[in-house]
Design a protein around this ligand. Structure first.
Ligand code: XIL
Length: 361
């Protein structure tokens, strides 16, 4: 007997009861405006949770592996390549007509320790080339967008705003330019992106971050680096106050003027007060996202919207978890963060309808 997961995997992830008309999906609405709607996905949930699968297939035109492409996941030990989980996501995507967003080739937070050690020891770019070749060749022609660099910006440290880390230490500030050019060799037809967070609020840090990203894009474009797009993560946060709507709009125009496309790549809303009744919490989340989406979806360079998960059940923002709980105050404020379109039981929340209306506007 095949396990349910394996049987589904072999059938490409579609069971007859799940085939849904997609013309009313969030992606269908987005598509009318020339955009896509997508979500981050977890491999195990695709195979183990039918309601999750149904929601993803029913709403999305694009999926982003939440973990399965990160370097420490695909190559935990040097030469030990682990592509099975990603291949199963590709199978699911193909069977259900979903695009796949490649996240991510280089992220300081997902570099395997062996690679960090070797890079610092040898400063040999071959290590980067090998990694890019392994991943990009495997999915050549199948993945259109690649986050080549994730989270390169850090304000308040260096004049150029580049985050300190292994890549910067080993190869200097041009490592981003080099990485884009290397990626281009192995993925000649893909759109190459830089993805980063923290561009939404009127804080000292985020004002700086917007400026620093613009300077980075300007420099790369002037140098002729193959940069096609910018991913704005959009991890909104109710603790950070009101959105810098005008500044965001200007920032998007400046990005567009550099000739890059923009994807809102990881939308969710971190809550502040977990003690309120659920309806109030959901309304706060939706109202905040509405303000944000009104600004970003008015910008023609924005070509897609991806949420960092569809359901609160599997959000990376776990209110009961470690650091996050410590930062957010009293112990009794536990439970799931309610910052995604579906609640933990796949009920559509106000945020779902906010996204619908914004995509449709
Ligand atoms: C997060 C995942 O959601 C977690 O499951 C994982 O443990 C760590 O990474 N910015 C990014 C994403 O670009 O890759 C991160 O994803 C969330 C923050």
């Amino acid at each position: 007997m095949l396990s349910a997961g394996l049987a589904l995997l072999l059938s490409g992830g579609r069971s007859s009861s799940e085939v849904m008309p997609k013309d009313d999906s969030l992606n269908a609405l987005a598509k009318k405006r020339g955009r896509f709607f997508g979500t981050a996905v977890r491999t195990d949930k695709i195979w183990n949770d039918p309601a999750y699968r149904t929601a993803v297939i029913g709403e999305c035109g694009s999926i982003t592996p939440e973990v399965a492409l990160k370097w420490d996941f695909v190559e935990p030990q040097e030469g030990e390549l682990t592509f099975d989980p990603m291949n199963s996501i590709m199978g699911f995507a193909e069977a259900n007509d979903l695009d796949v967003h490649g996240h991510t080739l280089l992220w300081y937070n997902s570099m395997p320790p062996w690679a960090a050690r070797k890079i610092l020891e040898t400063r040999d770019w071959t290590i980067i080339n090998n990694h890019f070749a392994n991943v990009l060749r495997t999915y050549k022609g199948k993945i259109k967008y690649w986050d080549v660099i994730n989270e390169p910006i850090e304000a308040g440290k260096r004049w150029d705003g580049l985050r300190d880390g292994v890549m910067l230490q080993a190869f200097g500030p041009d490592y981003i330019d080099h990485a884009l050019r290397s990626a281009r060799i192995y993925a000649p037809d893909a759109k190459l992106m830089i993805n980063d967070f923290g561009f939404e609020y009127d804080t000292y840090d985020e004002n700086d971050r917007r400026w620093l990203l613009l300077r980075l894009v300007e420099k790369l474009k002037k140098a002729g680096a193959p940069l096609d797009g910018i991913g704005l993560q959009a991890h909104l946060d109710l603790a950070k106050g009101s959105l810098a709507s005008k500044k965001i709009a200007d920032f998007l125009v400046e990005l567009r003027n550099f000739g890059v496309k923009i994807i809102i790549s990881e939308l969710d809303v971190k809550e502040y007060d977990y003690a309120l009744p659920a309806e109030q919490r959901d309304q706060r989340v939706a109202d905040h996202a509405k303000q944000y989406l009104e600004v970003v979806l008015a910008e023609p360079a924005v070509i897609g919207l991806t949420c960092w998960g569809l359901t609160d059940r599997y959000s990376w923002l776990d209110a009961t978890d470690g650091d996050y709980k410590r930062l957010r105050g009293p112990r009794e404020q536990t439970g799931l963060n309610r910052g995604l379109p579906y609640d933990a039981n796949y009920g559509r929340k106000p945020l779902y309808y906010t996204i619908r209306n914004a995509l449709n506007a």
